[in-house]
Write a protein that binds this ligand. Structure first.
Ligand SMILES: *Cc1c(COP(=O)(O)O)cnc(C)c1O
Length: 356
């Protein structure tokens, strides 16, 4: 498929925001990629066009029944001035996995990645150059059919928007305080917890707002059935570093299979650290903190890469981990992954795709 180009005239392009005040997802670039789907034509009319509002019927299925999926990845401007993506094929594959689960049409992964790269190249000047800052890439698919009947849509948009985002750790690593909820659950067995779909995040808002009001950064979710086994935290997977092994919850179907999670498992194993993907109860975590057997805890995800956890609150008790400080393993993983992303170190895994 040929991508049609409709560019914003140079003199009408937006001014670039101050790199110091970027935050997350507040600014968007001049252009977007979009293509349409209907049953007869399949995916068609792929185009790069000015960033603009979507035309949607008020009865569009996505607005009522949340038939929507998304991805999140970043473009990094390296120390050598080249632009890098981190494991973008994995994001495209996960998009299609999500599409199948949500009864949405699959995209051609090769074509969708080419289109994404063409858009990022066009918007190259929007990639912030500060270490830690990047251009966040948000591929999205929504059901657009106008009907109040509950069924899969027969028409869709697939689009990609770009947002320059600031360094997550402007003042160095900041271990976060996490609230363990046994009142709310994020995802249930047999549900869609392992899919990047809007409803999961809508369902999580109340618990995270309550946690924030109490001074915590995020919520740690337990399994829905027994409210005992750790699942994940906010928009990150979670790891526990015990004296003898690094443990992360196994992918039971209600946990999002993070690409950063997979990268951390591979790195740690290559560094000779035994890694277990298994069920881990909140009691085991707390006992590990009490006995000192638990050395570190950290979250993993595209936004922060590694997010050290300095404190857990569970059933009205607070538990400090590693003196509330960033541990050496979290630091080493962060340094290694960001060194690949910013081109400071050769990536031996083939994770980096240089796009210029
Ligand atoms: C996206 C996401 C993650 C992290 O996935 P990465 O591929 O590492 O960015 C973890 N949990 C949830 C719920 C997510 O949406």
């Amino acid at each position: 498929m040929e991508i049609n180009l409709e560019l914003v005239p140079k003199e009408r392009r937006k001014p670039k925001p101050d790199p110091k005040t970027l935050g997350f997802g507040r600014y968007f670039t001049d252009h977007m990629f979009i293509m349409d789907y209907d049953r007869d034509r399949g995916w068609h009319n792929p185009r790069i066009c000015p960033y603009q509002p979507l035309v949607l019927d008020p009865a569009a299925i996505v607005l009522h029944y949340a038939q929507t999926i998304f991805e999140g990845l970043k473009a990094y401007l390296g120390v050598d001035g080249r632009v890098r993506l981190f494991r973008p094929k994995d994001n495209m594959a996960r998009m299609n996995r999500s599409a199948r689960r949500m009864v949405m049409p699959e995209i051609n992964e090769t074509f969708a990645l080419e289109a994404l790269i063409e858009l990022v190249r066009l918007e190259r000047e929007w990639i912030p150059s500060e270490r830690g800052a990047s251009l966040y890439i948000r591929p999205t698919m929504i059901g657009t059919q106008a009907t109040l009947g509950v069924k899969p849509s027969c028409s869709y948009y697939y689009y990609v928007i770009l947002s320059p985002v600031g360094a997550y750790y402007a003042e160095g690593f900041n271990p976060v305080k996490i609230y363990v909820t046994d009142r709310y659950v994020r995802a249930v067995p047999g549900g869609v917890g392992d899919v990047k779909t809007g409803g999961n995040y809508a369902a999580s808002l109340m618990a995270s707002e309550e946690a924030k009001a109490k001074g915590f950064t995020q919520v740690l979710w337990l399994d829905a059935k027994e409210r005992r086994f750790v699942e994940e935290v906010g928009t990150m997977n979670i790891f526990f570093y015990f004296e003898d092994e690094l443990v992360t919850p196994e992918l039971t179907g209600s946990i999002l299979p993070g690409i950063t999670r997979d990268s951390v498992i591979k790195l740690a194993r290559d560094w000779g650290i035994p890694v277990a993907e298994r069920r881990i109860s909140i009691e085991e975590v707390i006992e590990g903190i009490a006995t000192g057997r638990l050395k570190e805890c950290f979250g993993t995800g595209t936004a922060a890469v590694i997010s050290p956890v300095g404190l857990l609150r569970y059933q009205d008790q607070e538990y400090v981990i590693n003196g509330g400080q960033t541990g050496p393993l979290a630091q080493r993983l962060f340094n290694e992954l960001t060194a690949y992303q910013y081109g400071e170190k050769e990536d031996p895994y083939g994770w980096i795709k240089i796009i210029d």
